[in-house]
Ligand binder design. Sequence first.
Ligand code: URA
Length: 205
Amino acid sequence: MLTVIDHPLVQVKLGLLRDEKTPFPAFRRILRETAALMFYAVTQDLPTVAATVQTPLAPCPARRLERTVVLAPILRAGLGLMEGLFELVPDAQVAHLGIYRDEHTLQPVSYYARVPAGVAEAEVILLDPMLATGHSAAAATDALKRAGAQRVRFLCLVSCPAGVEHFQKTHPDVPVFTAAVDERLNERGYIVPGLGDAGDRFFGT
Ligand code: URA
């Protein structure tokens, strides 16, 4: 399943993120804001269970999430998306997935995976701003599933047809949420028009 989140605020912020004139402190802030807005759609059907809270006046029915949320950023650009989400799910656990793309083969190289013990019972949200070839996201999902993850969804800011196709073919059970499906990949594996190197722009590299 592919969901393109075309909420006006998401689309306006995406335009600012794409703009090469947006300096990195603003890029950081806007990426965090965009992630939070997109998270609303990503989590829309998370199961909840009934609970009761005591207001100052009386007991009151309430809801809590049925399962722990695990945020799984692909290092390093995924960290930029994650920061905006802690305010919404302060008790989320984190699975760090270190994967980089070999610049020559464009194949993913996994160098780190640290996944919380309870991942099998959790709702896992994979985070990477760019779904380019789809190989890194597929490798990250492999790592999560090897660690026991059973419920994974993928939040990316910008995608492209080749990346979506590869990812969906490899992990058809993982819904993908994106703000845009761009035109194409270039010969260096960058999304066009995209927004450039998301990690460099977030970290001011
Ligand atoms: N990673 C990025 O940061 N940008 C792209 O366009 C593709 C992969």
